[in-house]
Design a protein around this ligand. Structure first.
Ligand SMILES: Nc1ncnc2c1ncn2[C@@H]1O[C@H](COP(=O)(O)OP(=O)(O)OP(=O)(O)O)[C@@H](O)[C@H]1O
Ligand SMILES: [Mg+2]
Length: 456
């Protein structure tokens, strides 16, 4: 018999669901507080249940936080999120955090029962296939596919393969989300160093001290807390490639130290008095205008030239629109496989919307938009309403000129709300932000003016 845990602060719903599931042959435990659920989950050494139904908005503890903790404790136990219809962004967030599926309240009992039995079947199969799948997963890591069709990207990619052979340091530049990290990995895996490690250091997220200790390592007793010798990333990358991500954010002090390593291939672990030799190729990336940084004195010129022996510049997605469709299909395939959703493709209008948008967040934004669409898609096709593109740079939607028409004020309001809703693909919280009103007010006006999704 399968055991289901239900967690919701609405006592009535909790009682109703409990009865329903018991009557359908499940063993049930109910919790009205997230904290109680977590306590119960933490108790044993084996998962105490086969599935969890969980409300997102809870007074004592944020449901997403509960979800995260539950997933950490028992990653194999599927969690189904229950959310109010208005809180669809919570559902998206929950799915990204690994929820199995979500239900919007109110839902008919067939829906919950169907979902549960599907999920438990699925889980049984999953357990059987686990070993197999782990193998599969391992062989896919490090084989990140690079997708493109444009001539612009083709020429950068050709250059990448060409310079991968050499041992020259390389600086990759390009806006955020254009694929710099992917290209850095391609450089390594197509180089003679491919059998040695590819090590990444993100320079933007660390303080100077941490950055140095990560990079150079330290010896025991070098500072309080340094209780063992710690190898630095430079040493880890010996024979391979060290990828210095967000190099434009490194402080002058660390820049000086990096200069020495890149020149002499020699460094000293913190606290040590003996320098060590390493054989490392440096690949660095940044979304800053490095020449500008150099000119304004924020980045050392000598280090810049050291790292920038060859420059690879990734064009923004809006300058290679030919890549949008293949990338969108690629991400759609990835997500439908991952989430096991039967989504076949894009509706024509959806594809047109993707093509007309200018993608300020580049490929990463496209990836996120597709992921969200797949999560929310209930049919077999992605439709435009599933694609909420950032409004400020969405394709120009002409605002009708109502100034000359002799019409009442509220008619202008009605039309304008319609225009904004359309521009955001009916994304209500974004529309409310743009209009400078609360979502509640927006909802009221939508009802009041009878604005409908199709045609506004
Ligand atoms: N040509 C591509 N084919 C497939 N996936 C891509 C491509 N370009 C980018 N991606 C994906 O888009 C996301 C962003 O790419 P990546 O992290 O390499 O960008 P970035 O330039 O390093 O961004 P940032 O400057 O913000 O760090 C990643 O998930 C990456 O796998
Ligand atoms: Mg990056």
């Amino acid at each position: 018999m399968s055991t289901v845990f239900i967690c919701d602060d609405e006592e009535d719903l909790l009682r109703y669901l409990g009865k329903l599931l018991v009557a359908s042959g499940y063993q049930v435990e109910t919790f009205s507080r997230g904290i109680d659920l977590l306590e119960r989950l933490n108790a044993g050494d084996t998962p105490p249940c086969d599935a969890i139904l969980q409300d997102v908005r809870m007074p004592d503890m944020d449901g997403l936080q509960t979800l995260a903790l539950a997933r950490t404790r028992w990653p194999q136990v599927p969690v189904v999120i229950m959310t109010a219809h208005a809180a669809i962004d919570d559902a998206v967030q929950a799915m990204k955090q690994g929820a199995y599926d979500y239900l919007t309240k109110p839902f008919p009992k067939e829906k919950i029962l169907g979902l549960l039995s599907h999920l438990l079947d699925h889980r049984r199969l999953e357990t059987e296939n686990q070993l197999l799948r782990q193998e599969l997963h391992r062989s896919q890591v490090g084989r990140n596919e690079i997708v493109f069709r444009s001539a612009a990207f083709r020429s950068v990619y050709d250059l990448t393969l060409q310079v991968a052979e050499s041992d020259a340091n390389i600086l990759i530049t390009g806006e955020s989300g254009t694929g710099k990290e992917l290209i850095a990995a391609a450089l390594h895996y197509n180089s003679p160093r491919r059998a040695a490690p590819f090590v990444t250091l993100n320079c933007a997220t660390l303080t100077d001290n941490l950055l140095e200790s990560q990079l150079f390592g330290h010896i025991r007793g070098a500072f309080t807390g340094a209780i063992v010798n710690q190898k630095g990333l430079l040493e880890e990358a010996d024979g391979g490639t060290l990828f210095l991500d967000e190099i434009g954010d490194v402080s002058p002090a660390v820049q000086a130290k990096l200069l020495r390593v890149t020149q002499e291939k020699e460094f000293m672990p913190i606290g040590s008095t003996r320098s060590r030799k390493v054989d490392v190729r440096f690949v660095a990336a940044t979304n800053k205008e490095m020449l500008q940084e150099v000119k304004e004195g924020r980045f050392r010129e000598d280090l810049y030239y050291r790292l920038n022996v060859i420059n690879l510049t990734l064009p923004p997605l809006r300058e290679r629109k030919d890549d949008i469709e293949p990338l969108a299909k690629h991400f759609l395939d990835m997500q439908t496989q991952r989430m096991k959703r039967p989504v076949r493709g894009f509706a024509r209008a959806a594809l047109e919307l993707l093509l007309s948008y200018d993608w300020p967040g580049n490929v990463r934004e496209l990836e996120n938009v597709i992921e969200r669409a797949v999560i929310l898609c209930r049919g077999d096709e992605i439709t435009p309403s599933l694609l909420p593109l950032r409004p400020q740079r969405a394709a120009n939607v002409p605002v009708p000129d109502t100034s000359a028409a002799l019409i009442p004020l509220d008619e202008i309001e009605r039309r304008h709300i319609g225009v904004v809703l359309k521009a955001t693909a009916f994304h209500k919280s974004r529309s409310a932000d743009i209009l400078g009103i609360s979502r509640k007010t927006l909802n009221r006006k939508i009802v009041e003016y009878g604005i409908q999704e199709e045609g506004g």
